[in-house]
Design a protein. Structure first.
Length: 335
């Protein structure tokens, strides 16, 4: 009996040593990438200070699903694979998620969490907790910002193995923060979809982008605010896409460049009832307020590609990242 107990203990120790060795190997030799996330609930008195992490690819809508995820929503705990594409400064974003392991490329292996449907799945990747020094959790929360204030995204550094296992190596802060404010809500009874037909049925927004780095940065906003796009959130009954095509083929020029000194802001107002921000579902094109009231949307700033800005005078200062706003509804509610 004593010998069996010793064997069990040794096996447990071997497993723990293997897991620790695997993590160290991935940290040292895995591909280094960053994932954008927002920390929440910064303290657990039983385990010390840590930050719980909710990534952009933790909740995934139907537009990014592949394999049989749409036609046959998985139960909790099913293995899935999130294929990533790399952008500027090694910041990765989701390309597609599938229940079929990719044959090559950069991807994360995760498991479905809670419930799943043909419209949305929640996924855990084993990288949802970041332990920090005692007392730093609240400092991180303060810098991240609140719903009503400027949000500065945390970008978590990962080592990723060839088989999709990820290990947290550290974090950095985005060089640009964003704040979303609702300037006007639709003047209608929120309990129905009927309203005053001669009034705008979608909100008016203000987006503020702030340079929170210690260097001069530049944004590019061409044409009819073509630096920004509207995208559907994950809580939708249908898939919607931007209907406006006026930004197609527009090349940025020097006058489109907005240079921001440290702590300087760029503020833009968007009336979501304007044709510029209409969305499409099937053959139907209209403002978001005439679709599902409770579906969510985001405004995303995305820099032009490197080739299109190569000849601009301030090309060395252009921030080549992307930044999504907080989610909002047609009723002017902010997630």
């Amino acid at each position: 009996m004593r010998r069996a107990t010793i064997v069990v203990v040794l096996l447990q120790v071997i497993v723990l040593l293997y897991m620790a060795g695997e993590r160290e190997y991935i940290v040292r030799y895995g591909q280094s990438v960053y994932l954008r996330t927002a920390p929440i609930d910064p303290r657990d008195i039983f385990r010390g200070d840590f930050v719980r992490l909710d990534y952009e690819l933790s909740q995934i809508g139907a537009a990014k699903m592949a394999g049989t995820l749409k036609s046959s929503p998985p139960a909790r705990g099913v293995k899935v694979y999130a294929s990533l594409k790399l952008g500027a400064d090694d910041l990765a974003e989701l390309d597609v998620i599938s229940n079929v392991e990719p044959e090559s490329g950069l991807y994360l292996r995760g498991r479905t969490d809670y419930w799943a449907s043909a419209d949305k799945i929640d996924v855990k990747y084993g990288i949802e907790q970041l332990f920090v020094e005692q007392g730093r959790g609240l400092d991180i929360e303060k810098r991240r910002g609140s719903r009503e204030s400027l949000q500065i995204p945390m970008e978590v550094a990962l080592g990723v193995s060839a088989s999709g296992t990820a290990v947290i190596k550290g974090f950095r802060w985005s060089k640009v923060g964003m704040q979303l404010a609702i300037l006007r809500r639709p003047p209608r009874d929120i309990s129905t979809n009927d309203g005053q037909q001669d009034e705008p049925r979608s909100p008016k927004l203000q987006l503020i982008m702030k340079n929170v780095s210690d260097e001069v940065l530049a944004l590019v906003d061409s044409g009819d605010h073509c630096g920004f796009e509207i995208v559907s959130g994950v809580r939708q009954n249908h898939e919607y896409s931007a209907a406006y095509k006026g930004c197609s083929g527009i090349a940025p020029v020097d006058s489109d460049v907005v240079e921001l000194a440290p702590d300087q802001e760029y503020s833009v107002e968007f009336d979501m009832s304007d044709v510029r921000w209409h969305v499409q579902s099937g053959d139907l094109v209209q403002e978001i307020g005439k679709f599902d009231n409770w579906g969510t949307y985001r405004i995303v700033y995305r820099a032009p590609d490197v080739v299109s800005v190569a000849d601009l005078k301030a090309n060395h200062r252009i921030w080549m990242g992307y930044l999504p706003s907080r989610a909002f509804t047609a009723l002017g509610r902010v997630d």
